[in-house]
Ligand binder design. Structure first.
Ligand code: NCD
Ligand code: ZN
Length: 336
């Protein structure tokens, strides 16, 4: 059996810089038509010049003219209206991180004083720039996302014309919040559709499945699966593929992030197939994002065939993917 996907989109992707960018970018560029690129570099992307320079590095590293990096800016509460108006054409969204909550987020927001954030959020509303949020408090690790929901609600209520994307949701509470506000959307990763905390820490510790937000309970995964498999109109695929060198994953103080970009479509096809939902995959992996973000990615048809695919143990002796050394039931047989 062969299926075709048109213009697959990965609406949450970490591509890094330097050698890691060179290693990982071609995989996303091969099978995706575009990706929303995260700005948590060191230092974070906060200027137009830095965004443009990074974009050209991605295009060069990707080596595929049918792949668009949709750029984001790292949220700061001191951006001026004039600055945002001048950078608007270069970006598709602004990403807000709570300070210190994940990799390279130290310069993020502390306190969530809506009054302090209001000028920038008003400007973004006015300029129609969507706001992507890593929604976690600094509370107990399993409760961080659920504890953040009131903040999502407050922002959604106070800025009704601002499109807010709850990034990489992991809880049934976040899925439920989608129904309460017209301007609230979400991305769901591949790994949070497959794993729970048990897969990370229930047996021998699995550093390559350790990520932020941490995978949660079976009922949370079930809620995410239900939303993804029905291609809920407010939900998009965002892999949150977050490569780290093997030695920083297989170490005390393991870095957070699961590397899924090269195997994402294959594993999604397997999941949707196993749940009898292959007819919804196109909507989940492309159509919803096109509509929500109003983007028009380059034409690309990706063919997937139902036959065994052995996932590499490691890429370029550097980065270990999810499902390393295991077989997936679907493989990519064409992309053009
Ligand atoms: C991401 C990274 O490594 O940049 N890590 C992760 O666990 N997801 C950052 C993020 O999206 O939280
Ligand atoms: Zn991320």
């Amino acid at each position: 059996m062969v299926i075709s996907l048109n213009e697959p989109l990965d609406m949450h992707l970490h591509l890094r810089e330097g050698r890691m960018l060179d290693i990982v970018a071609p995989y996303s560029a091969l099978t995706f038509s575009g990706a929303l690129v995260m700005p948590n570099l060191v230092p974070p992307l906060t200027t137009k010049e830095a965004v443009l320079k990074y974009k050209s590095q991605i295009v060069e590293a990707g080596g595929n003219d049918k792949f668009v990096p949709y750029m984001t800016l790292f949220f700061r509460s001191d951006y001026t209206y004039e600055f945002l108006a001048s950078v608007k054409e270069q970006i598709v969204a602004i990403k807000l991180y709570p300070a210190g909550i994940t990799t390279n987020s130290e310069e993020g927001v502390s306190g969530f004083d809506i009054g302090e954030l209001a000028p920038v959020l008003d400007a973004m509303s006015d300029l129609r720039i969507p706001l992507c949020i890593h929604g976690e408090t600094d509370g107990f690790v399993m409760d961080r996302e659920a504890e953040f929901i009131p903040i999502y609600r407050k922002i959604a209520e106070n800025f009704p014309n601002l499109k807010i994307i709850m990034e990489h949701i992991t809880t049934k509470e976040a899925v439920a919040a989608l129904e309460d506000f017209d301007n609230l959307y979400a991305t769901i990763t591949l790994h949070h559709l497959y794993i729970t905390l048990d897969d990370v820490a229930g047996g021998l510790l699995q550093p390559h499945l350790f990520c932020k937000p941490i995978a949660k309970r079976p009922e949370d995964r079930a809620a995410l699966l239900e939303a993804a498999l029905q291609a809920h109109p407010k939900v998009m695929f965002g892999s949150d593929s977050a490569p780290h060198p093997k030695e920083t994953k297989e170490a005390p103080g393991c870095a957070a992030g699961v590397f899924t970009a090269p195997i994402a479509l294959q594993a999604l096809a397997q999941l949707f197939d196993n749940h009898g939902a292959l007819d919804r995959l196109q909507t989940f992996v492309s159509d919803n994002a096109r509509r929500i973000y109003g983007i028009n990615p380059p034409k690309k048809e990706v063919l997937l065939e139902k036959s065994l695919y052995l996932v590499p143990e490691i890429y370029e002796a550097t980065v270990v993917p999810m499902f390393a050394g295991q077989s997936l039931e679907w493989r990519v047989v064409g992309a053009q």
